[in-house]
Design a protein around this ligand. Structure first.
Ligand code: GDG
Length: 736
């Protein structure tokens, strides 16, 4: 039986040493609160740090804690020392990743020691996963503290199903690229099969970073990475709706409710609940409350702001300072407005029990939640769910992930004090009926997409991922057909092998001239060409001079410029069609105009065509420009027999009568072949596939739609297939 392993930095249980005893408490924080209920129902195994450092523990303590965590909570502890905690957690996680991902670039510290500790602790987590992992287990890794873990697991368990979920925002590439170890971090996450974020904005940002920094294209949110496909998607985390919406009748709750209600009297309550963190925008919120009292003096004496801040990360310097700033602001406001029987801000710096929190939620007229950045913000959802009477109203910052789902609430810019003040006023004054309609919609949504549904949605998506690229429906990986292919090849009397060059036999380079064949490729082609049954042809878009220089000494035919020039083995180059080239300067001029404004692009002029190469350009820039360029060219090319051809990161204008299919049809006429294999990677090779009889073995190299029957992942896989074919006829040769 396979199991689910959840891995996160903190366990849902925190172990604390009090005197000589160990106390087990619920952990605070969004992830722990949210996923705990699912964990209990799913009977999963949860690996994480129990919140206590190694230095406080004897070996025997560690064992006892492990035993209790495992048997009572389904958890397994990863221990680390105080020094590791300082460097990995306080250091790299909270002084580097956290501020960077929340757009606080000025707070980011880069430090090689903390990075080393981050790597080391990720390894520690891996060791614990490794200890309990069985082949068919699913692993779900959580959050920014463990971004290297998916890759570590993948390296040892290539077949495992691994999911990763980021609970905080993924920043725009402009921010993310500031990270020194950005490639390692992306590659770490890409060990997963499914990468989840709270919102589609974070999905977009992640895909933009993988594209710009690792050069990975994506199709319908699927990344093709090496041999694997990785799905990237948005899964907005929900809450345990029932828990917050339920009616409680226990004395603890009823007493808490009474105390809050009595103290409230006729007063309107504004509430906010956060962990202590500079991303939560607490100082700005206090200033906005001050602005509210100034702008709407009729509320002086009639409204109270309850500010609950749960202590967190107090050992990090900036958090200490933040606490002092908050205290000062609270002091200022209270000093300015308080009267004998009214204090505007009630500030609590301590955690409350969840029941107390629910009691606060149920008595608050408005929840004011204005983080400067927040991955999701569960407090907003918990508040809405808690107000069973549909009387609550939320003022939420547009930079919180939850704002996209709580669109009916009042959305504000968290730095705009006047806007927050106006938002508060609106929330307090909103007509009852309107408030009820808004609440109904929100409740419905929260009830439906609860945290359990969120977790099972993520895990079902992980389970159902197909291994074959979704966009190659009906096209089969040649691996599944390899034996038949080799058999047919061995039995054939006359074989024709037609191979494109760039992207099919060699990888792409930023400068086309650098893609010349390596000795191993030359040996492979020479061996294949020397087989007596074989006719081998390289069918390329390159000019004849280059092909001659690189491959002219091999036993094969060469087809250059997409079929315009053909050189049969041992003969001279021949033009397959008489063409004109007077159009080139005009086309060149148009392309040049665009190229000048597309940094990284360049123009290649061939005998009878002009190509614009844009491999090194910003992909988003190209996306917007291509159709414009095609439009501009269209009017020119319509009057001639020219066409605009889209290849692999290249746009080429050439005579439409010339194509790879036409040239190959001529070659094929010269013999009767009982085995035909053709392989190519871009759209110009589709003409080649189309011109071949249906029994031909057509192979698309890499991604994308194709009329070929099979595909291989990349040029390396193509070479290895050709080696096997060649080797199957006796001497395999040594072309490594
Ligand atoms: C991260 C992301 C994302 C707070 N004070 C008390 C208390 N809490 C509970 C709340 C809520 C949780 O802590 C806070 O969750 P948030 O979502 O607001 O924020 P983070 O902890 O920063 O969580 C965040 C989340 O992960 C989930 O993916 O939404 O964006 O930053 O559940 O109720 N609970 C108790 N006493 C308190 O005083 N018992």
């Amino acid at each position: 039986m396979s199991k689910l392993i959840i891995v996160s930095n903190r366990l849902p249980v925190t172990v604390d040493k009090q005197e000589e005893d160990f106390v087990y408490q619920k952990s605070l924080g969004g992830l722990a609160t949210g996923l705990k209920s699912y964990h209990e129902k799913a009977d999963s195994l949860w690996i994480g740090w129990p919140g206590i450092v190694d230095n406080d523990l004897k070996e025997q303590d560690k064992e006892n804690i492990r035993e209790k965590l495992e048997s009572e909570y389904g958890c397994l502890p990863v221990y680390f020392s105080a020094e590791e905690k300082e460097n990995y957690y306080d250091g790299f996680c909270n002084n580097t990743l956290w501020p960077l991902f929340h757009y606080f670039a000025n707070k980011v510290e880069f430090n090689t020691n903390t990075w080393e500790a981050y790597k080391q602790v990720n390894e520690k987590f891996f060791n614990m996963v490794d200890e309990v992992m069985e082949e068919n287990d699913q692993v779900w890794v959580h959050d920014y503290q463990l971004m290297l873990l998916p890759r570590l697991i993948r390296e040892k368990y290539p077949q495992a199903r691994i999911g990763f979920f980021l609970h905080i925002p993924f920043p725009s590439n402009e921010l993310f690229r500031l990270m020194i170890w950005r490639e390692e971090i992306l590659e770490g996450v890409l060990g997963s099969d499914l990468v989840g974020f709270h919102t589609f904005d974070y999905v977009r940002h992640f895909l933009s970073s993988t594209r710009r920094l690792l050069g990975l294209d994506n199709h319908l949110n699927t990344l093709h990475y090496g041999e694997r496909n990785i799905r990237v998607d948005a899964f907005p985390m929900g809450i345990d709706y029932e828990k917050f919406n339920r009616e409680y009748t226990d004395t603890e709750y009823l007493e808490e409710m009474k105390v809050i209600r009595d103290s409230k009297g006729e007063m309107k309550l504004i509430l906010s609940v956060d962990r202590l963190d500079y991303t939560k925008g607490i100082p700005d919120r206090l200033k906005a409350f001050d602005a509210f009292l100034q702008l709407y003096p009729e509320y002086v004496g009639k409204v109270r702001f309850i500010l609950i801040v749960a202590p967190s990360r107090e050992k990090v310097d900036s958090y200490e300072k933040l606490k002092r700033d908050i205290e000062e602001l609270v002091g200022n406001i209270n000093g300015k407005y308080s009267t004998v029987n009214w204090v505007p801000v009630w500030f609590y710096f301590k955690p409350f029990s969840q029941k107390s929190l629910i009691a606060f939620y149920r008595n608050a007229d408005v929840l004011l939640v204005t983080p400067l950045r927040d991955g999701m913000n569960l407090v907003a959802k918990e508040y809405a769910a808690s107000r069973r009477d549909h009387e609550g109203m939320i003022v939420i910052s547009e930079t919180a992930g939850a704002a996209s789902e709580l669109g009916e609430s009042i959305r504000v810019n968290p730095r705009d004090m006047a806007a927050i003040a106006r938002g508060l006023y609106k929330a307090l004054e909103i007509p009852r009926e309107e408030k009820h309609v808004i609440n109904q919609i929100i409740h419905q949504r929260l009830r439906r997409y609860s945290v359990d549904i969120w977790a099972s949605d993520f895990l079902t998506s992980l389970q159902n991922l197909e291994n074959t690229p979704a966009f190659k429906k009906g096209v089969v990986n040649i691996d599944q057909h390899e034996e038949t292919l080799i058999n047919e090849y061995q039995q054939a009397n006359k074989s024709m092998i037609l191979l494109d060059y760039d992207g099919t036999l060699v990888g792409f380079t930023s400068i086309p001239d650098q893609a010349k064949p390596d000795p191993s490729l030359k040996k492979l082609l020479s061996d294949l060409g020397n087989e007596s049954q074989n006719t081998l042809a390289i069918v390329s878009g390159r000019d004849r001079q280059t092909l001659e220089k690189w491959l002219g000494d091999l036993p094969l035919h060469l087809v250059a410029s997409h079929g315009l020039w053909v050189k049969k083995q041992g003969n001279d180059w021949k033009m397959t069609m008489v063409l004109e080239d007077q159009w080139k300067p005009a086309v060149n001029e148009v392309l040049q105009l665009y190229s000048d404004r597309m940094a990284g692009s360049f123009i290649e002029e061939k005998d009878y065509s002009v190509a614009l190469h844009y491999r090194k350009c910003d992909p988003d820039l190209v996306g917007g420009k291509l159709s414009e360029i095609k439009d501009a060219l269209l009017t020119m090319v319509q009057s001639m027999s020219l066409g605009v051809l889209e290849g692999n990161k290249v746009l080429e204008v050439k005579d439409v009568r010339v194509n790879k299919g036409m040239a190959v049809t001529n070659l094929m006429k010269e013999g009767s072949y009982d085995f035909i294999l053709a392989a190519g990677d871009d759209t110009t090779d589709e003409d080649l596939f189309a011109a071949l009889p249906s029994e031909a073995h057509t192979i698309k190299v890499g991604f994308g739609n194709t009329r070929a029957a099979y595909y291989v992942n990349d040029w390396k896989a193509m070479r290895s297939l050709l080696r096997k074919l060649e080797g199957s006829n006796g001497d395999a040769g040594d072309d490594k």
